[in-house]
Design a protein around this ligand. Structure first.
Ligand SMILES: *[C@@H]1O[C@H](CO)[C@@H](O)[C@H](O)[C@H]1NC(C)=O
Ligand SMILES: *[C@@H]1O[C@H](CO)[C@@H](O)[C@H](O)[C@H]1NC(C)=O
Ligand SMILES: *[C@@H]1O[C@H](CO)[C@@H](O)[C@H](O)[C@H]1NC(C)=O
Ligand SMILES: *[C@@H]1O[C@H](CO)[C@@H](O)[C@H](O)[C@H]1NC(C)=O
Ligand SMILES: *[C@@H]1O[C@H](CO)[C@@H](O)[C@H](O)[C@H]1NC(C)=O
Length: 570
């Protein structure tokens, strides 16, 4: 049979209209515009209420707020309750219960790291032509070099390997052991002594952007701040005095120091956005700003964050522990300048960013067992999030578990014997008149975004900020109606109506409770055991010129020479 050429043309035309054109319009194929640069800024221990865009006028964060108002404020954004589990979920796209990272953090002396079987975010992006760099905290294992960033897809790293350190001397105290933890690549960065960590991280980030040549491919930059995690017990909140002095309106001295650590980080965000502008990379970038977990409030972890009005703190399964301050900014987002209530989990970033970078086709390359779901289309076009459930965590060592399905949330058991199950201030001044609106367009981010005509009007900013402010239904000063101890009955909340988790509905909705308990049982059956290990005595910094190092790469027991001619004493 012979098709005449007219029919052929018609066939092509129909094919074009129905199959190819929609793809073009979605920007999935034939996209000649280069892949977007991706800048992921992860704050450490920042509380829900520690950014201006959530309604607190206490800590000025104009650079972060400018991004928030011109991008999308993620108001239903979940992370895990602490550092290592969140970072593992970000890097692998998996829940910590599926990588053995569900219990506590990784201690500097532990002989473990995020499994090398896991393909991680920079490796996926490098496959799509990206060059990846990290500035800041790793916290996914360093006992052998092969667990550290340069061996897992990153081309450079200036920062530290463990969970926290002093912002000036860069030493970390853990379990009475004390050692330097600051690296340039794999080398101990003795020369950076005395340089404020937030500045060191910012300088590296800015340098990476300035040196990046987009003709040879897009950039993935992971900026994992130390701020505003507390430091060592001898000086828990290190920050330059002149920064603290600018915040004289904050009465509580430790809260004021915490706030100054946050403003240093806000300044860093401004410098990064400004360098993207100078390098002509901003208009083709995706910027994500996220906290890694809820804030440690009122002295928890020697720190003074605020999750007001949410319940609980870092390392609890309450909203204050798992609902993070977050935003995404990009000109690629068609529906911007909005407050999103789309449910998002930190594990979603991996598939989401892969889709942003490589289209839906890139998702076919995902490893098996990914828990994250791509929310890229949902974000770009403001469509419902494909995510229905969130497993907040299951930790059988502490005896706590939490998950959400739709608006329902189950909390079973608690950490710290319920000691941190309340609501903590400070509220921050909530009167919108106290918030300094003039700072937004004057900030580095604000100016850069104004240059792209992306900063909304002040009236619009006010509307967004009001919409992003979480309010409780008649908060009861009595405290929790839920005693979620390991032995008591599980609690049930409707997070849409009761974001502050004041009203336990377990008795009113036994069927919902039963369904969520079934879901928990199922999810638990898929969990792998926690991978935690006791500290290894070889890790002690005293054997390594008082540094935390990749002790597992050396055979100390045979007394082989290590670190040049340094004598090893066991
Ligand atoms: C890290 O090392 C590289 C290569 O030696 C050097 O160019 C760079 O300046 C160093 N960075 C810092 C922050 O010291
Ligand atoms: C950027 O890379 C392209 C191609 O790899 C090269 O031709 C160009 O000279 C580079 N530009 C700079 C400023 O290094
Ligand atoms: C899948 O990954 C390979 C490398 O492992 C890469 O070359 C390829 O471009 C990826 N495919 C898509 C569609 O992203
Ligand atoms: C999960 O399963 C283990 C046994 O595999 C059990 O010991 C534990 O209690 C379960 N945890 C929860 C929260 O159901
Ligand atoms: C040991 O540490 C000191 C700084 O505390 C540094 O100056 C010296 O170079 C280090 N020695 C070795 C062998 O790394």
């Amino acid at each position: 049979m012979r098709l005449n050429s007219d029919k052929f043309t018609m066939l092509f035309l129909w094919l074009f209209i129905f199959l190819i054109l929609p793809q073009f319009l979605k920007g999935e194929v034939g996209n000649s515009s280069p892949k977007p640069n991706i800048i992921f800024i992860l704050a450490d221990d920042l509380g829900f209420n520690d950014v201006g865009f959530h309604g607190s006028a206490q800590i000025p964060t104009p650079n972060i707020d400018a991004l928030a108002y011109s991008g999308i404020i993620l108001n239903r954004y979940y992370v895990t309750p602490i550092c290592t589990p969140s970072r593992s979920a970000l890097m692998t796209g998996k829940y910590p219960i599926h990588t053995g990272m569900q219990h506590a953090v990784l201690y500097a002396a532990e002989p473990r790291g995020l499994s090398l079987k896991e393909k991680i975010l920079p490796q996926y992006l490098n496959d799509l032509g990206y060059t990846s760099h990290i500035a800041g905290k790793w916290h996914l294992g360093h006992w052998k070099l092969k667990y550290t960033p340069l061996f897992r897809g990153f081309s450079s790293h200036v920062g530290f390997w463990s969970g926290h350190h002093d912002y000036n001397d860069h030493t970390a105290v853990e379990n009475d052991e004390w050692g330097l933890d600051m690296r340039n690549g794999t080398e101990v960065a003795y020369d950076l002594h005395g340089r404020y960590t937030t500045d060191v991280i910012t300088d590296h980030a800015v340098k990476v952007i300035a040196n990046h040549n987009t003709t040879s491919g897009p950039l993935f930059l992971y900026v994992a701040h130390a701020a505003c995690h507390s430091s060592n017990p001898y000086n828990p909140l290190p920050v330059p005095d002149n920064e603290v002095m600018k915040l004289g309106h904050i009465p509580h001295y430790k809260r004021r120091k915490f706030a100054a650590m946050v403003t240093k980080m806000d300044e860093s965000v401004g410098l990064i956005v400004d360098q993207l502008r100078k390098s002509n990379m901003l208009e083709n970038s995706i910027i994500i700003f996220s906290s890694d977990n809820g804030g440690p409030a009122q002295g928890f972890n020697l720190n003074f964050a605020s999750n007001y009005p949410l319940k609980g703190v870092k390392n609890t399964l309450w909203e204050g522990g798992v609902r993070a301050a977050g935003l995404i900014w990009s000109p690629l987002l068609k529906s911007r300048q909005r407050v999103s209530t789309q449910t998002i989990h930190i594990s979603d970033w991996l598939p989401t960013l892969l889709e942003a970078a490589g289209g839906a086709a890139a998702l076919s390359n995902l490893s098996k067992g990914i828990d994250g779901q791509s929310i890229w289309q949902a974000l770009v076009h403001d469509e419902p999030s494909p995510r229905l459930k969130v497993i907040h965590n299951i930790d059988d060592i502490w005896g706590s578990a939490g998950l959400s399905v739709g608006d329902w949330k189950l909390v079973k058991g608690t950490n710290y014997y319920g000691k941190w199950d309340g609501w903590y201030g400070p509220a921050g001044e909530r009167d919108p008149h106290l918030y300094d609106w003039q700072q937004i367009p004057k900030s580095r981010s604000g100016k850069a975004l104004n240059g792209l005509k992306m900063l909304p009007s002040q009236a619009e900013q006010q509307r967004l900020r009001a919409a992003a402010t979480v309010k409780c239904l008649g908060q009861s000063p009595q405290g929790s109606s839920c005693k979620a101890t390991a032995f008591s009955a599980p609690c049930l909340f409707n997070i849409h109506d009761d974001p502050c988790e004041q009203f336990n509905l377990a008795e009113q909705y036994p069927k919902v409770l039963k369904a969520l308990m079934e879901e928990l049982k199922y999810q638990n059956s898929t969990a792998v055991p926690p991978a935690n290990k006791p500290g290894d005595r070889r890790a002690s910094p005293k054997y390594w010129n008082y540094t935390w190092t990749n002790f597992g790469d050396y055979d100390l027991l045979n007394n082989k020479p290590v670190l040049g001619d340094l004598k090893v004493v066991l």
